[in-house]
Design a protein around this ligand. Sequence first.
Ligand SMILES: Nc1ncnc2c1ncn2[C@@H]1O[C@H](COP(=O)(O)OP(=O)(O)OP(=O)(O)O)[C@@H](O)[C@H]1O
Ligand SMILES: [Mg+2]
Length: 417
Amino acid sequence: MAARHPVGQCRPVAERPSARGAGTPLYGGDIQLSYGSAILDGVNPFRFEGPIDPADLIGREAEVELLVRHALDRRIVSVAAPRRYGKTSLLRAAGARLEREHGFVVAHVDLLGLAGPEDFAARFGSAWRRATSGVKPLRRQLEQLAGGLSELGVTLLGSGLTVRRRERAPDGALAVVHALLDLPGEAEQPVLVVLDEFQALHAAWPQGEGVLRSHTQSPQQTGRVAWAFAGSEPSLLAAAFEDSGRAYYQQALRVPMRRLPDVELARGIAERFESTGRAAGVALGPIVELAAGHPQRAMLLAHLLHEAVPNGGEATERHWARALDTARRLVHDECTAVWESLTPPQRAALRAVHLAGSATAAGTGDTVSRASRQSAGTALVRRGLIELDERPGPRGGRRYRLVDPMLGDWLVQRSSG
Ligand SMILES: Nc1ncnc2c1ncn2[C@@H]1O[C@H](COP(=O)(O)OP(=O)(O)OP(=O)(O)O)[C@@H](O)[C@H]1O
Ligand SMILES: [Mg+2]
């Protein structure tokens, strides 16, 4: 059977897919790589899509440490950060350490695109089944439970669990959710449950947070089970913990997740080049500067540079120019789609933030009113397109910046024609 190669991971040249015509570059030039299908040349240590292995993480030691400590104290934590900042990778790294060093059972439940209570039950049950696959008593307990719930549409299938809606038991899914959520509290082992893309729970099933809370804060679970809620739409996730009408209002400890520091990025990239017999050379500075601490953008640029540098070689200005050119072509469609989804005031606000650090800055060449740009700026924060810049501004004021530095680069390229 052919080995699976997650997007962005290395794949030997011999395994390149032939559907588009083997060896036909998608983007011209001699870099054979496609964003999303990862046709790669040799061993490239930089993955730029999907969660990465704990060993591949650059930095994040402090965050892993904090997550481990809170899990050992059986706390409820939240991790909110923009898209592709490494939330899932971080939680997997913390989970792996808890399993290895502290005997935890760790269940990772992905709620992205959740459809409702049946779907929640299926995802939770499947995650619990995967997490307990090596723990016989827990596995047997789930099998027995699923057998008892078959009337309510529950089936165990391979490594997963499915829940079908039954007309004659309209509240069946709720009963199944309750039964499944009881399981972590009954384990002898310490347990961490990660609910990734947590904001999707409220969106798909408004009562879901309350149902969950009745378990996470029950006497059976308090002090026994640790929970981590992660989300990639920061303002929506924040609402779950800051809105007094919501079940988890002020109930979770926040684990901050910021951009990666330049020094850590530079060291991590340089080391990975060296470990594969290449050197990042003069391109290291420009990569770190352009990526601005955005983890995925840094990996994308480093990946492309690695592709551009020959085996055993050191990056030159020419290699960097080639990598940058490919990166710009790879993100072009994504940036265009973002731009086209914005209203005129939002476009003006985005441009003003990029040029001057504030949606309402004067003199950025737009005729949109200050008030419109102000409310457009709020919408951009909610969408995770801009964020408060934690670095102090020139006069100590609040400054914003684009979350995605490649979107900023695209704006500049676009206006320079
Ligand atoms: N600490 C890190 N070191 C190296 N690369 C990282 C790091 N954090 C994130 N990345 C890069 O970001 C990519 C996305 O990571 P991950 O899927 O964990 O992020 P996420 O925040 O969960 O994303 P999403 O918002 O899509 O769920 C990885 O493939 C990798 O390229
Ligand atoms: Mg994720």
